[in-house]
Design a protein around this ligand. Structure first.
Ligand code: 13P
Length: 311
């Protein structure tokens, strides 16, 4: 099995009313935790790498880790660039073996976003690589992406047909109220997503795969694990799982998850050190972290995304 694109995955996900998990990877333990979980429940996978991950771990290391995961699991895995912000970054990932890239031109004007996205599509498609773009702007912080609440904007459904037709893009990330990071809603605020926007986009782009960024649930168990072991993350709040299930049953075919992995890893390591203050072998504390990621991903696949058994 070689790396695959997301084309077939999205087609089946759309028809089947489920979504594929797109999990951010930064090191070996994260890759192992995610892929071992997917293997156990036979799920297709998107592993995504941000510019920050590439800077931290290096392109070749991440490529080889994902190739190793394919050999170990024999699963269909798509390797995706998350939030590419320039043509050059997308080109570098396409030339370097990724099967999917996101060009995030959401900080540009509508016309400039179209122009940039089209340029990436024209480079990617002849090389067998698919492209995700974004319309609207999500709030929150993740690696190089940092958008204040004031700069965030819901997707305008009236723009989607023109954008997709003019760019030739393969999938579209939209802003309906999710946000990057672990603080998605204010304490006391009722979590809400604009399903009316998703419905309108679905109507205007029949059978077209939609992507949901900023979709971690910020699982309370791991927030509590962090806070009760020396951490300080009060008021961390995510997207309720029932909302993600609803989105997956609609046009959303790809659900992005990063913060939940970070929380699981950090919570487990904090707990391990609190219980074993004299240990200093990284294998000892990375093992429970990897197990926590595995459990979390398995639960997401089966109980939220619904893509178990679909590999
Ligand atoms: P979270 O911060 O909600 O995990 O979102 C991750 C994401 O959208 C990556 O692009």
């Amino acid at each position: 099995m070689a790396l695959v694109t997301s084309t077939e995955m999205f087609k089946k996900a759309y028809e089947g009313g489920y979504a594929i998990g797109a999990f951010n990877v930064n090191n070996m333990e994260i890759v192992q935790g995610i892929t071992e979980a997917a293997k156990e429940v036979n799920a297709p996978l998107i592993l995504q790498v941000s510019a920050g991950a590439r800077k931290y771990a290096n392109h070749t290391y991440l490529m080889k880790l994902v190739e190793a995961a394919i050999i170990e699991t024999n699963l269909p895995i798509c390797l995706h660039l998350d939030h590419g912000d320039t043509f050059e970054l997308c080109k570098s990932c396409i030339d370097g073996g990724f099967t999917s890239v996101m060009i995030d031109g959401s900080h540009h004007s509508f016309e400039e976003n179209i122009e940039l996205t089209k340029k990436v599509v024209e480079y990617a498609h002849p090389r067998g690589v698919v492209v995700e773009a974004e319309l609207g702007r999500l709030a929150g912080i993740e690696d190089a992406v940092n958008v204040s609440d004031a700069d965030a904007a819901y997707t305008n459904p009236a723009e989607v047909e023109e954008f997709v037709t003019k760019t030739g893009v393969d999938s579209l990330a939209i802003a309906i109220g999710t946000s990057h990071g672990a603080f998605k809603f204010k304490p006391g605020q009722k979590p809400q997503l604009r399903f009316d926007i998703l419905e309108e986009v679905e109507k205007r782009l029949p059978k077209f795969p939609i992507v949901l960024h900023g979709a971690s649930s910020v699982i309370p168990e791991f927030v509590e694990m962090i806070n009760s072991n020396g951490g300080k993350m009060p008021d961390a709040i995510g997207i309720p799982e029932d909302m993600l299930r609803k989105a997956a049953s609609m046009a959303v075919c790809k659900i992005n998850i990063d913060s939940d992995l970070r929380l699981a890893m950090t919570g487990s390591i904090r707990k391990y050190f609190a219980e074993n203050p004299s240990h200093f072998d990284p294998r000892q504390y990375l093992k429970p972290a990897r197990e926590a990621i595995k459990g979390l991903v398995k639960n997401k696949i089966v109980n939220v995304l619904g893509c178990d058994g679909k590999a």
